[in-house]
Design a binder for this molecule. Structure first.
Ligand SMILES: [Zn+2]
Length: 430
């Protein structure tokens, strides 16, 4: 089933040709309307007409997080005020937010891509979507909302949190699909367990679209088991519309990235040099259709690789693997590069481990991983705990090349975040 079969199955040559036309148009537009880019082009001696092939994308400058902040609030906008229709912001951990503008065409196009994603994941206009993302300045909820409406679904704009109300909505309106973050999905699964609600018997859920935070295959399986749903991985970022940049089809072997809208590169995060197809590196995206705020070669900081070969679903747009970390999140612990995702992957593969953990960095490069036990393994038997503790420490050492201290804690004792999970506390005095 396709939303737009022609474009979703376009042959490689036609897709390349379309990308080149759109890239050239984008470059001409930013050269004319965005001083930030025209000044960069001038400094590099680059004329828009010099972009003659897709490989020429390498001649264009990167755009970084810092560029978006430096040009806050509207320095990167390419349309006059009367064509600006919606504002979103993306907050960071420090300093000013990034402001992202949408024109009417951008709002429509973002919805179009979501409609493709939802049909690709096997939902139809008969489905009922409970949107548990945060409505507001964050793109996550509104962009999905408009896309699901475009497909014709009934959308329940529940927002996050308030699990009692979420459950009532699911029961009363027979919600079939959820859109949420992995951390809230896990939290909600715990809530159902405590309420002794069996989702397979008492709810109508069948699919969950999970995004906004990276998560692992093990977490996917936990959510699927606990909520009785099929989980589909969703990737997006506010700088490129929000959700709907890449999404899993029913084969669930990587996420199709909509290449008619985004030009994708994988580069070495240190050098910025393009990597050969299949290698893991930083995802760099150029918007090809965004009208209000086109962005060239955006350094997403997300670490992934391209899935080789064609997909059984018949779509031609290339797939990326789930995000395995952020180049920003990379921790350097005793000289080793450590991604919090690697730690999560190890913990979630152990059935005795619960759904929450915290990575604490203290003193002179000491790492402690605090791990919640699952209810079943919390039996008070000291020898069990000692064994589990050393098992976790050994597995972590094998994965991250550093042996952390492991602290086991009772179920439900670590702080829970209902939004973006905060899993690392760094209090090192280095
Ligand atoms: Zn596919």
């Amino acid at each position: 089933m396709f939303w737009d079969e022609t474009i979703e199955t376009l042959g490689r040559d036609s897709l390349d040709k379309l990308q080149l036309e759109r890239l050239q148009k984008t470059v001409r537009r930013v050269a004319r309307h965005v001083p930030f880019y025209s000044q960069k082009f001038a400094a590099m001696g680059l004329k828009p007409g010099a972009i003659r092939s897709l490989a020429d994308v390498r001649r264009l400058p990167f755009t970084t997080n810092a560029d978006l902040r430096d040009n806050y609030p509207d320095g990167l906008v390419a349309v006059p005020p009367q064509k600006r229709l919606r504002l979103h912001t993306s907050s960071g951990t420090t300093g000013k937010p990034k402001a992202l503008f949408f024109s009417r065409q951008d709002v429509n196009q973002a919805a179009e891509l979501i409609a493709r994603c939802l049909v690709m994941a096997g939902t139809t206009s008969a489905d009922i979507l409970q949107n548990m993302m945060t409505y507001g300045l964050f793109t996550g909820a509104l962009v999905m909302h408009y896309g699901a409406e475009k497909l014709g679904m009934l959308v329940i704009p529940a927002g996050p949190g308030n699990s009692e109300k979420q459950l009532l909505l699911m029961q009363d309106f027979r919600t079939t699909a959820l859109h949420t973050t992995p951390s809230y999905a896990l939290y909600f699964a715990d809530f159902l367990e405590k309420k002794e609600v069996d989702p397979r018997k008492e709810l109508a859920l069948r699919k969950a679209f999970i995004g906004a935070e990276p998560y692992t295959e093990e977490t996917r399986r936990k959510i699927e088991l606990a909520l009785g749903v099929e989980v589909y991985n969703s990737y997006g970022l506010s700088e490129m519309n929000g959700p709907g940049v890449a999404f899993e089809c029913m084969a669930r072997q990587g996420m199709h990235l909509w290449e008619d809208n985004f030009l994708l590169e994988i580069v070495d995060p240190q050098t910025g040099e393009p990597l050969p197809e299949g290698q893991t590196g930083e995802l760099v995206l150029t918007s090809l259709c965004r009208e209000a705020m086109p962005i060239l070669r955006y350094r997403t900081r997300d670490i992934t690789s391209i899935v080789p070969g064609p997909c059984p679903c018949g779509r031609t747009h290339r797939r990326i693997h789930r995000i395995t970390g952020r180049s920003d999140d990379m921790l350097i612990v005793r000289g080793a590069n450590v991604y919090p995702q690697q730690i999560e992957r190890v913990l979630m593969s152990l059935p005795a481990v619960g759904r929450n953990y915290l990575i604490c960095l203290e003193g002179l490069d000491e790492m402690t991983v605090k791990v919640e036990l699952s209810d079943a393994s919390f039996d008070g038997q000291v020898d069990h705990l000692v064994h589990l503790q050393s098992q976790i420490a050994d597995k972590l050492r094998a994965e991250i090349m550093v042996k952390p201290k492991v602290e086991l804690v009772a179920p439900g004792t670590l702080p829970i975040s209902e939004g973006k999970a905060k899993r690392v506390v760094d209090k090192r005095v280095l």
